[in-house]
Design a protein. Structure first.
Length: 287
């Protein structure tokens, strides 16, 4: 029998309703219902409280389940405040990507001859895919179902898309500018993106707990590198303001800031969630 089935049997054996049990645990009746339906797991502390109230053991409640399932099948962030912040975060990314897509579409009306070429541009399709990932993030956050599997898939998708965008842009411009310092730097960032995406997938989806230090270390390096790179580009635009003019600088500056905010935000989110998940997995193993 599963945890939910054992919980329901133990509750009914005590003659308690879901509402009565929920009141003693200071949770909602819907929360108890989710536990019994198997759509959500309580944390380790709550499981011990359940065992005490129902006068049974944790092992008896677990049945055929294992403690490892707790960390993997419940949301990484369980606090309502953290969940709201996460929802706002994905909403902000979605708004940013939509504004970039709208800007791209509006430029199509300026010169109809370039419509086909602009639709084939990397940023256009990159924005569409990022919007899709952001919508998944908003929906799963709103449903309070941002489990490690979803965090891993969304985080991997973001960094894979960033790496693909950087590499394709580089290959497009190499014939014109050659292998300059900027080109090498862009390729290096793309490689870091791919490595980080692979680490996220392994840590969150494949449960490779030993890779947490690598995720934490590389994520921190990428944040610092992103700040330095963004600063270099903004400095370049500032120094060449008079030469390039305001109109030619405005779009690259906005694009640079958006890319930096997007990657820094997703990187920070992944690092925080990886740290929370790491602690959860350590507690379940210790139990």
């Amino acid at each position: 029998m599963t945890f939910g089935e054992n919980l329901k049997s133990a509750r009914e054996a005590k003659g308690m309703t879901q509402q009565a049990l929920a009141q003693q645990l200071y949770v909602t009746r819907q929360t108890v219902s989710r536990w019994e339906n198997g759509t959500r797991y309580p944390d380790l502390y709550m499981t011990k409280r359940l065992a005490e109230l129902l006068e049974t053991s944790v092992d008896a409640l677990l049945g055929g389940d294992t403690m490892n399932q707790y960390a993997e099948q419940q949301p990484v962030l369980e606090s309502h405040r953290e969940d709201r912040v996460q929802l706002c975060f994905f909403g902000a990314i979605l708004s940013m990507c939509l504004s970039s897509l709208l800007t791209t579409l509006l430029t199509l009306t300026n010169d109809g001859f370039f419509v086909k070429e602009k639709l084939l541009n990397v940023p256009f399709w990159e924005n569409l895919l990022l919007i899709s990932l952001s919508i998944v993030g908003v929906v799963q956050s709103a449903r309070q179902n941002m489990t490690p599997r979803w965090v891993g898939l969304i985080g991997t998708g973001y960094f894979f898309m960033d790496a693909a965008g950087r590499m394709l842009d580089t290959f497009r411009y190499i014939p014109a500018i050659g292998m300059s310092r900027t080109t090498v730097q862009t390729v290096a960032f793309a490689v870091l993106d791919l490595i980080f995406a692979a680490l996220i997938l392994c840590c969150f989806n494949l449960q490779k707990q030993r890779l947490f230090p690598a995720v934490s270390g590389l994520g921190t390096v990428m944040l610092i590198s992103g700040v330095v790179s963004c600063g270099q580009w903004l400095s370049y635009f500032y120094q060449n303001y008079a030469l390039l003019g305001a109109e030619r600088i405005q779009l690259p500056v906005v694009s640079t800031l958006k890319r930096f905010l997007l990657i820094a935000g997703v990187c920070g989110m992944v690092l925080y969630q990886a740290a929370v998940l790491h602690q959860k997995r350590k507690r379940t193993v210790a139990a």
